[in-house]
Ligand binder design. Structure first.
Ligand code: ADP
Length: 275
């Protein structure tokens, strides 16, 4: 029953009970939702407040490094401090992205036409430059007429997180394949790598904020521990889901499944020209 508290939120669930009977279980989740909201606001506010002082510190460090060109030891110290400031900035940006995603109210079907093929072409090009030193072979196979109804910036952030993870967790000489295709179940974005892989018991937890299998490796390669949490929220916004298949020491495959209702068919440019 709704008392004087007009914001009361209830969660209802049907539980099987005996033969062809069900129990309706109703729970008052008002307090839990309020605490969640407070946590989200707190993280967003702290992140926002940290942005400006950090930018100032980074600016001073750059100036100090310029002045220390003749002192290699001091220069190294400043460069290393600058590196740490950049890391902090990345964490803050990821936290803000995550807060925005959590706060966004979206309805099924929300969005506008997004050219995923164009997005992937430029994303993979960037990744190739990033991975050239590690001699990684990055392949792209993409259906050029397959677009999505979605939010471009969010999809970009999810796909680039998955590709950059593949790059970061694949040792030199390995290969990565990125695929974008449609089948009778919907549209699928897939990144497969021949990297270090993930042990089965870690897989259910890797989309949690700051959950890392090997935190040293993640940090050393520039990870914030928030990438897959961002991916998970973006996919939720697009009525999509994430599947992870991985074997330790052999590699991983991350698959995003988008429902058919999200698909927009655009004429293939090659076909249009021929016609
Ligand atoms: P991070 O910034 O630490 O990479 P993510 O949220 O992107 O954070 O990923 C969480 C953890 O999942 C990583 O720390 C890593 O242990 C594991 N992981 C993610 N992608 C891969 C991959 N392609 N291969 C192996 N491990 C991965």
């Amino acid at each position: 029953p709704a008392g004087p508290d007009t914001d009361r939120q209830l969660s209802a669930r049907m539980v099987p009970y005996g033969n062809r009977q069900f129990l309706l279980s109703v729970r008052d989740v008002t307090r839990i939702h309020r605490l969640e909201q407070m946590r989200r606001d707190f993280v967003a506010n702290v992140s926002h407040e940290l942005r400006t002082p950090l930018t100032v510190i980074a600016g001073y460090l750059e100036a100090l490094a310029e002045d220390a060109q003749d002192d290699p030891a001091l220069l190294r110290t400043y460069r290393s401090m600058e590196g740490q400031a950049t890391r902090m900035r990345q964490i803050i940006e990821d936290l803000l992205t995550l807060s925005r995603l959590e706060a966004a109210e979206t309805r099924p079907g929300d969005g506008e036409p997004v050219s995923v093929p164009a997005m992937l072409a430029s994303l993979v090009e960037d990744a190739r430059i990033l991975a050239s030193e590690a001699r990684l072979d990055i392949n792209l196979e993409s259906d050029t007429g397959l677009w999505l109804n979605g939010v471009e910036q969010e999809l970009q952030s999810a796909f680039s997180n998955l590709v950059s993870n593949a790059v970061r967790y694949t040792p030199a000489g390995g290969s990565i394949s990125v695929r974008w295709y449609e089948d009778r179940n919907g549209a699928h974005f897939e990144v497969q790598d021949t990297g270090i892989g993930i042990a089965a018991h870690h897989i259910p937890r890797i989309t949690e904020r700051f959950y890392r299998v090997e935190s040293d490796r993640s940090r050393a390669t520039g990870g914030t521990g928030l990438g897959l949490a961002i991916v998970k929220h973006v996919l939720q916004h697009h009525d999509a889901r994430l599947r992870v298949e991985s074997r330790l020491g052999e590699g991983s495959r991350f698959i995003c499944d988008f429902p058919a209702e999200r698909i927009i068919r655009r004429a293939n440019p090659a076909t249009a020209l021929a016609a």
